[in-house]
Design a protein around this ligand. Structure first.
Ligand SMILES: C[S@@+](CC[C@H](N)C(=O)[O-])C[C@H]1O[C@@H](n2cnc3c(N)ncnc32)[C@H](O)[C@@H]1O
Length: 377
């Protein structure tokens, strides 16, 4: 149980970053999350204790020590103590979540099945389980089992009927060369420069997660400006990535040294330029721009002609925003369809205007208007 475990008291002082939107709260996450405003959080990422149940030191065949997770924060007296703790922090996180918020919980075979069952019992609605496949896993030193080369992340909505949760489907697909993003992610463990080391050259934390993993989590299920929380802050990987991606962040950590290291790490992070973070919008999601707006803005003058790509057909632009081809008058879409003898036509991608540099699709003029509204396509 949380109460019987060693750690910072719930009244421990808060540490703040100079930016009010990124902070770490030192203390027990159950007590501290309960102080958050109910329904205020957009996304939770949680990397809870694994409850590895390691008995004694883990050694390689040559008797050298393996740097495994053997810290007090990972020790529970029994499975039922672990379950009680899991229930408590999940409930505290759920209370803080907006109805449209989602939660990610990462774990290994030691804990993830217990966590998943408890999540379902509490009413969370599982959306996916993501397999994080490690490119560089630690070998199985005794050769008695398979190499443990992955961890599982459960992604869940607050409840079954949750509406409007964020899933940046189109952006993920575009980033994946127009192929739907899959539930198995191949990402290396956190090593090299990214790994926080102390003055003694040793790892600051045994389970620092790779930023690449958190970037995928945040980019897929949150938006710039969202409030992201992590009940098990550790070295602040979630906070560092949140800051870089323009999200607000609150992390909870009961170990002072980890909280301090995380604070220093996050303070050094520069947010990416806003334009590189603007939400990806499909043509269907983008606000409607009427063809008449091109005329109102002087981008197309009444009396000019719109042409098809081969410039075989020319339709006259009327002052009222309709166009005319022969004796047929109608919208850019209807006249585009008439011109092709088709049932339907997207006039934006059919008609062109003549410029000094040649024909220009009227859809490009529409994109200029949308870009002026701060919307990138
Ligand atoms: C698996 S580690 C998280 C590592 C983190 N994702 C990172 O990338 O550095 C779990 C962390 O939760 C902290 N912790 C454990 N129980 C806690 C509790 N009840 N409240 C707050 N923090 C806790 C531990 O001190 C540890 O740093």
């Amino acid at each position: 149980m949380v109460e019987s475990r060693r750690g910072a008291s719930a009244r421990a002082p808060r540490t703040n970053f100079e930016s009010p939107s990124h902070r770490i709260i030192l203390g027990d996450c159950v007590a501290e999350m309960s102080k958050l405003q109910a329904g205020s959080v957009d996304l939770v990422f949680a990397d809870p204790p694994y409850n590895l149940q390691l008995k004694g030191d883990l050694k390689r065949p040559d008797e050298s020590h393996v740097d495994a997770v053997n810290d007090d924060w990972d020790k529970f007296d029994s499975f039922s103590a672990y379950d009680d703790f899991t229930r408590a922090w999940l409930l505290a996180a759920r209370r803080a979540m907006k109805p449209s918020a989602t939660i990610w919980v990462i774990g290994s075979y030691h804990n993830i099945f217990r966590v998943g069952a408890i999540m379902q019992d509490l009413g969370f609605w599982l959306l996916n389980d993501i397999v994080w496949r490690k490119t560089n896993p630690m070998p199985n030193f005794r050769g008695r089992r398979f190499t443990n080369a992955h961890e599982t992340m459960i992604w869940a909505a607050r409840d079954e009927n949750a509406k409007g949760y964020t899933f940046n489907y189109e952006a993920l697909k575009a980033a994946n060369e127009d192929v739907q993003a899959r539930s198995d992610w191949l990402i290396p463990l956190c090593t090299g420069e990214e790994r926080l080391k102390g003055a003694d050259g040793k790892k600051v934390h045994p389970t620092q997660k790779p930023e690449g993993l958190l970037a995928r989590v945040l980019l897929s299920s949150s938006k710039p400006g969202d409030l992201v929380i992590d009940p098990f802050n550790g070295t602040g990987t979630t906070g560092a990535v949140a800051k870089r991606l323009g999200r607000s962040y609150i992390g909870f950590e009961r170990d002072k040294a980890y909280a301090k290291a995380a604070e220093a790490r996050i303070a050094k992070v520069e947010p990416l330029p806003e334009e590189s973070l603007a939400p990806f919008m499909t043509a269907r999601e983008a606000p409607r721009v009427a063809f008449s707006e091109l005329i109102e803005r002087g981008m197309i003058m009444p009396g000019t002609k719109l042409f098809d790509a081969k410039k075989k057909l020319g339709a006259l632009v009327r002052a009222d925003g309709a166009i005319m081809l022969g004796d047929k008058v109608g919208s850019i879409h209807r006249i585009g369809a008439v011109a092709q003898g088709a049932q339907a036509c997207n006039g934006w991608t059919f008609w062109h205007v003549e410029t000094k540099k040649g024909l220009k699709l009227i859809d490009e003029l529409r994109a200029e208007i949308r870009a002026g509204m701060g919307i990138l396509e």
